[in-house]
Write a protein that binds this ligand. Sequence first.
Ligand code: FAD
Length: 415
Amino acid sequence: DQKFKVVVVGGGPGGLSVSSTISNLLGKNQVAVIEPANHHYYQPLWTYVGGGLKNFSESVKPMGDVMPTNAEWIQDKVTEFDPENNTVKLADGQTVGYDYLVVAAGIQVNWDGVKGLKEALGKDGVTSNYDADSVQKTYKFIQEFKGGNALFTFPNTPLKCPGAPTKITFLAEEAFRLNGVRDKTNVIYNTSAGKIFGVDHYGRVLQQLANERNINVNFQHELVEINADNHQATFRNNANQELKSFEYDFIHVAPPQGAPKFIKESRLADAAGFVDVNKDTLRHNKYKNVFALGDCSNLPTSKTAAAITGESGVLKKNLIADIQGKKIEQAVYDGYTSCPLIVGRDQLILAEFSGYTGKPLETFPVDQRKISKVSQYLNKEVIPSIYWNFLLKGTWTGPSTVRSIFDPVRPKRDE
Ligand code: FAD
């Protein structure tokens, strides 16, 4: 059995952004990353893949290529945490010890949460951008669509990138127009939520746009079953518990998601099953040598890679101070997150806000609620290279510096 100064669970953007910096600081044999997967996915690209604007191959790299060279990659799953004894247990039965633990294992997609979904997915017009296989079917199904009902769903659970279900709705609606089938199509967005987007500052603009584009938005509609044989999707109206079936010719499902089982069953979890950390410092509320970031944490902001930029900077400052035995004033995370709301091939509303206050935290000195072609270019062509070359290497901790440069010239607004 092995022991490391720092053990990082998960090789997504959360785990790699932290392990890169810490392993460069400490040198070889000090930091281990436990990660079972052969591939690392840049999931934010999947909306573009589903919309036919990017190739899937651009969203994936072999895990070995993105692992920090100074970190030890243990290719296995963590099955149990034992924070009282500073160890984790692996699927192969071994235990790995640590002085400090960083948990970044992502959110679990619960395909079983919708009856019939797993069997139907990827066939006959049923798709989801939330899966590495089915995302490769989305654009094909959009292109094959000849009219009828196009359905889009939003789950009744926490989810990664809460903007993603609407983005594919707008991209598909535009594709139906370009393909000349829009006038024989009902575009129906059924969401479990009570609003199209959680932050009203942007949500109002998005709802307005949905109205203009004749997208029918139904609130409190939770997908509970897909019957692939007769092309019916059944929704429960969570306001009155009534069930209602919609016939579909195309359906994009944003599946129910939740805390990974092995975290939920551990001592690290809060009541909902996510890793219970202090929302300012990202340190575990009970075990002071444990930290978490990203989708598996209970940080009350929206779960995005953008949030991880800010989270990782704060976590690393606090962890490095611990490792070096320095007493510092703890670095504090402000809840920064971003939802690049793609609303067309060349159209994006760059929502940036604090998930803690619901207030905009915009980088650029313009009204970012306005549809922007430049923002679309930034998100589609520039941010992916920032992700691969800087976030994963630990050197990008978010746009707060850029934001403060623009602060003096930012127009003051009432909202
Ligand atoms: P992940 O990236 O999910 O990585 C978790 C890692 O942990 C995985 O590699 C997994 O294999 C590993 N793991 C799991 N279980 C174990 C275990 N038991 N032991 C060890 N390792 C384990 N974000 C944005 O910022 N902007 C966007 O526009 C955007 N769009 C999105 C669109 C879609 C369709 C999707 C699906 C996501 C989108 N996101 C977006 C969200 C973003 O991808 C996630 O928030 C981000 O990947 C979270 O990073 P993470 O490191 O927390 O988790």
